[in-house]
Design a binder for this molecule. Sequence first.
Ligand SMILES: [Zn+2]
Length: 236
Amino acid sequence: MGLENRYYYEEGIILFKKKVGEGDLLLTIYGKEKGKFLAIARGALKIKNRLRGKVNIFSIGKGYFVKRREVDLLIFWDSYEKFFEIIKDVDKFIILSKYLKKADKFIPLEVKDLEIYEYLYKFLKNWNLINKYSGDVFLIKLLQKLGYISKVELKCKGCDKDLLKDEYVYFDLDNRKIYCEDCRTLKSLKIKSEEVIKFNEILDRTFDELIMGETGFSDKIFNLIDRMIERIEQEV
Ligand SMILES: [Zn+2]
């Protein structure tokens, strides 16, 4: 590898930072070209280091990196947008970090995806609107973009019976399909059909529409969504 190929610029969002070694930071960055990747900011916590105070969590900017066999090194970071307001608001910081950590489990390393980049950016941009509801919506829409979930048909997977008119249906968390009472699987959850309809609605609408508009979603549906996310977490 020639010297010129060892260095590169990358625009991205710093999603996480973790102290490692003697004053170094291990960063998780979502880059426009690289997707999610790790980089070490060597000495970033040391006084008089050029990176000190520059590599802030949630900052969006451009970095200059050098390739390493293990983890690349960050040489310089220039922030365009810092989102200091999030860091100052302890409650929001905690809730945003919690959802980003959950999201992190599903986002593969080094897969370029501009849609995911834009989505993470939008999530940070709307930081003051993020709560349990919009955080869950964020995860659901992310899982949809990554191909983990899709709309659920209100039809029995076993006997093909149309279940649109049934009040309750059985939802199998393993294959994320619906069953009627007769065909239900052992591990399926009894849920209201309405929850399935609401779930499909979330998948049909954009993140903006969902967090800006009236929610109209009951807590119940988030119970289903929590279980679904928990189950998918076990798969990855
Ligand atoms: Zn059936």
